[in-house]
Ligand binder design. Structure first.
Ligand code: BDR
Ligand code: CA
Length: 319
């Protein structure tokens, strides 16, 4: 049976890779995209989501989501990472389609409640839509199949502060609400996504075998790679968001640990995802003790994941 997926996204160059992967993977039934502010404004994220679907000749609902963090001041958009337009400053023609008449949270709730136990929510932006959906309909926690999110880090250093990852830092209060819900949740964070380096030769090969989106994706990847080569001294860019979808279809590519998670919401550590990894009443500070256990990916089979990405971006879907 196919995995029914709602992709919650802030496109974003690596989000674009994730959207194309979700559309083309034969075992994913992509039900729709829900947008959120993050790499760009939510308005631009929605334009990009519609544009990417049209490039891929796919017709799917796109719902407009949260434009603002729950409680913190907004963080400036990372135009130096993804470009002013979010897709590597290609300034693609505007899409023909429009967002649906439901918010991201409403779309998630309707889908989850009408298909109990079947929906995978894969969140690859700030967690504001998921927090809003929980606030509107807490029973989604019992009815969702699982939540898989790209965000946070357990041991690896952060990418917006020494301890914080961008998606969590953008709305740490929302992330903490999401961590408190008793739903099956897996963190696909920087511990594994920094092991998924996508080199220029991969995008060249995709371009050669996928004329529909290959050239656009290659140009976007070049912009993204410029950032990572300057910041990290690597020849490539990281497949952060697509790694979360890879977990849905092939969880065996990852090793996971489990424990309750608190998110630091204020101060110098804001955005840090802190997992209690020892069982029982081990500490003087009790905040973790009442929280549900979640999973976090710590290791990944890098070669197999990159191969899966390449196969999916060049398969029969694109012919
Ligand atoms: C995450 O932040 C965004 O810039 C990317 O799209 C990804 O979701 C990586 O920290
Ligand atoms: Ca993203």
């Amino acid at each position: 049976m196919k995995h029914k997926v709602i992709l919650d996204t802030d496109p974003g160059i690596d989000d674009a890779m994730a959207i194309f992967f979700a559309l083309a993977h034969p075992e994913i039934d992509l039900l729709g995209l829900t947008t959120v502010f993050g790499n760009v404004s939510v308005a631009q994220a929605s334009i990009n989501a519609l544009t990417l679907l049209e490039l891929a000749e796919a017709q799917l609902p796109v719902a407009l989501g949260e434009s603002w963090p729950m409680a913190r001041d907004p963080v400036p958009f990372a135009d130096f990472v993804h470009g002013i337009d979010g897709l590597g400053e290609q300034f693609l023609p505007p899409p023909h389609g429009q967002v649906i008449n439901q918010s991201s949270a409403e779309f998630m709730i309707e889908q989850i409640m009408s298909q109990p136990g079947e929906i995978n929510v894969v969140a690859v932006g700030p967690l504001s839509n998921l927090a809003r959906a929980l606030e509107l309909e807490p029973r989604i926690a019992q009815h969702v199949k699982q939540v898989v999110l790209m965000g946070g880090s357990i041991e690896h250093r952060g990418n917006v502060s020494p301890v914080a990852e961008a998606n969590i830092f953008a709305d740490p209060h929302a992330a903490d609400v999401v961590m408190q819900a008793a739903w099956p949740l897996t963190i696909v964070g920087l511990d594994v996504t920094y092991k998924v380096l996508l080199e220029p030769s991969l995008f060249e090969a995709i371009r050669q075998h996928n004329p529909r989106i290959g050239a656009m994706l290659q140009r976007a990847a070049e912009f993204y790679t410029d950032f990572y080569s300057q910041e990290h001294g690597v020849n490539g860019c990281y497949g952060h968001d697509v790694s979360a979808l890879a977990y849905v279809v092939q969880p065996d590519l990852f090793t996971v640990i489990e424990g309750p998670v608190c998110v630091a919401t204020e101060g110098i550590a804001a955005g840090q995802t802190i997992m209690k990894r020892v069982k029982g009443d081990a500490y003087f500070v009790k905040d973790w003790n009442t929280r549900p256990e979640h999973k976090a990916c710590m290791q990944v089979n890098t070669k197999a994941l990159i191969d899966l990405f390449y196969q999916t971006l060049t398969n029969d879907y694109w012919r």
